[in-house]
Design a protein around this ligand. Structure first.
Ligand code: F6P
Length: 547
């Protein structure tokens, strides 16, 4: 951490002592126009951050922190194609995948757009041909089911988006996603599918990922068994940066879509990794989705820091994580179709910023990525909201909600929106002991009964939340939401001085699994050489199987 960042953080900590005792509800009482002052817009999207423990002075301190961390310079370096991913010596130029404006974007001095556009055109032509039945299975039947086989960044984005955009999926087409090495995943997904009408897309940046390769091999065997070995070429496509490995797997070259290593896995759904989504919602729908991402790139580059939504999201996160010490952050979409959005964000945020050393490898003296979690509302209200309202931990929440539904069911939607707004209101206002006592007295409870019950009915309130309100969950709106969070994560990584684009923390477990697998598979192998804790588990499982 540089001296200037440390100074800006120290100033924020001192500032907390000034504002810490002030309730958000009081801030609203003092300034009823607060909503207008503490909200930002991007076309039809509103980011309401008025229900936070912040004043104008807090914002000034947070913006000073952003400047001390040289956020604008680092953002410009990202867009200039500098090797911001320093441990892998690469740029992070996923923005090129959604650059529809044709503006040159350079990596290592070369404009990558011609390459990106050529590959995008290939994917779109393929998507169109599959949708129109010009590309068919080996028996001549058109494809009705598209199965993406991938994991992490090669699964979560497209899977989340295909669900989010289900009303835009062409009738008669279904997108499925197999990710887990647990054989239950492929078994359950393929049960009931007609393989003659099923197209598999093997998606893997590295084309070595154990889970994906195991699932792809099983799917290949299933197709060969059902339709004959010669049918395999007609039922598989692949997306990867490792075209040589794809060729070895035996996928026809005209069904292989490539991308470059300057696209990180968790940032890759905008390109060929989105092929299953492009088939499902169509090339035009996919372009609209890209347009949403592009809208946010322009906003992130051009909006002044104080109106810049991803920057504000990032700074509020830093305020709570580093100054208040809150360790978790909930994302609650009041949008059933965004059910997988929190899971998608978990990879985006926690794989990017779950680090404890700086870009130069020095131990960080500051807390980084909080735990990101969430589930759709209203369901969450009947499950974990108890803890959000009355638990001992304060968990800032992002509420996501559409102004109108994609389907015209206004009554359901009004109830949904009312629930969403009411929850953020309840978190902010709480209910004091005096109010509770008054309510219980009005219900006719005796004094001792009120004494006994009142503490359980008190809500502390002053619990912060943001609301992201968009018109409807269209492809463009979804593209905007995703890109907002991507740049939020990047902005936080700048403040924490983290490389947001590597993920070394996933390696050790993979390595140990490769070493361990033979002893798990073959019950006769000696356990000597395994660490005693693991040997204990392997032996216990062997005993289970023997018994
Ligand atoms: O294990 C983590 C990870 O490397 C992610 O970063 C990545 O998105 C995922 O695995 C899948 O990798 P691949 O696309 O190379 O199969």
């Amino acid at each position: 951490m540089t001296h200037t960042v440390a100074t800006a953080l120290a100033a924020l900590e001192a500032h907390r002592l000034d504002v810490g005792h002030r309730d958000i509800a009081d801030l609203f009482r003092e300034d009823p126009a607060r909503f207008g002052k503490f909200s930002a817009r991007l076309d039809d999207l509103t980011f309401d951050y008025s229900k936070h423990r912040v004043t104008e002075a807090t914002l000034a301190h947070l913006l000073a922190l952003a400047r001390a961390a040289k956020l604008e310079e680092r953002r410009d370096a990202l867009f200039a194609g500098e090797h911001v991913n320093n441990t892998e010596d690469r740029a992070a130029m996923h923005m090129a995948l959604r650059n529809l404006a044709g503006r040159p974007l350079r990596v290592d001095g070369v404009d990558v757009m011609p390459d990106v556009e050529a590959e995008r055109a290939k994917v779109q032509a393929f998507a169109r041909a599959v949708r129109e039945g010009a590309i068919r299975g080996a028996t001549g039947a058109p494809f009705s089911d598209i199965v993406n086989i991938g994991i992490g960044g090669s699964d979560l984005g497209p899977a989340m988006a295909a669900r989010a955009l289900s009303p835009f999926v062409r009738k008669g087409l279904r997108a499925h996603f197999i990710s887990n090495v647990d054989g239950a995943d492929i078994a359950d997904t393929l049960a009931g599918l007609d393989l003659a009408r099923t197209l598999f897309i093997v998606s893997s940046k590295t084309f070595t990922t154990q889970e994906t390769m195991a699932n792809a091999a099983s799917a290949r065997a299933r197709v060969a068994e059902a339709l004959g070995e010669k049918a395999v070429g007609d039922h598989f496509a692949a997306v990867s940066t490792k075209l040589d490995l794809v060729a070895k797997f035996g996928i026809r070259p005209d069904r292989v879509f490539g991308f470059r290593d300057w696209v990180g896995g968790r940032y890759s759904m905008w390109g060929p990794i989105g092929t299953a989504l492009a088939i499902a919602i169509g090339p035009e729908g996919f372009d609209d989705f890209l347009r949403g991402g592009q809208d946010v790139d322009t906003h992130f580059r051009e909006a002044p820091l104080q109106d810049n939504i991803p920057v504000l999201m990032a700074l509020l996160g830093v305020w709570y994580r580093n100054v208040w010490g809150f360790a978790a952050h909930a994302v609650i979409p009041y949008d059933q179709r965004l059910a997988r959005f929190p899971a998608y964000l978990q990879q985006l945020d926690m794989e990017s910023n779950g680090k404890s050393v700086s870009r130069s490898g020095a131990p960080l003296r500051i807390a980084t990525a909080p735990v990101i979690w969430g589930e759709p509302g209203t369901n969450g209200q009947h499950a974990f909201f108890q803890m959000l309202h009355q638990g001992t931990d304060v968990i800032p929440v992002d509420f996501l909600v559409a102004g109108e539904p994609v389907e015209a069911d206004a009554r359901h939607h009004a109830l949904l929106v009312a629930n969403c707004f009411a929850q953020s209101e309840a978190l902010m206002l709480g209910r004091s002991r005096a109010e509770v006592e008054k309510i219980l007295a009005a219900q006719g409870l005796s004094k001792p009964a009120i004494e006994a019950l009142a503490p359980h009915k008190v809500f502390p309130g002053n619990r912060p939340s943001s609301t992201l309100l968009y018109k409807a969950l269209t492809p463009r709106a979804l593209g905007r939401l995703i890109a907002l969070y991507e740049h939020k994560v990047f902005a936080q990584s700048v403040i924490w001085d983290i490389n947001a684009f590597d993920q070394w923390g996933v390696e050790l477990g993979k390595e140990l699994c490769t070493r361990l697998a033979p002893a798990v598979e073959d019950g006769t192998r000696p356990l000597a050489g395994l660490d005693p804790a693991t040997a204990g588990l392997v032996a216990a499982r062997r005993a289970l199987l023997a018994g």
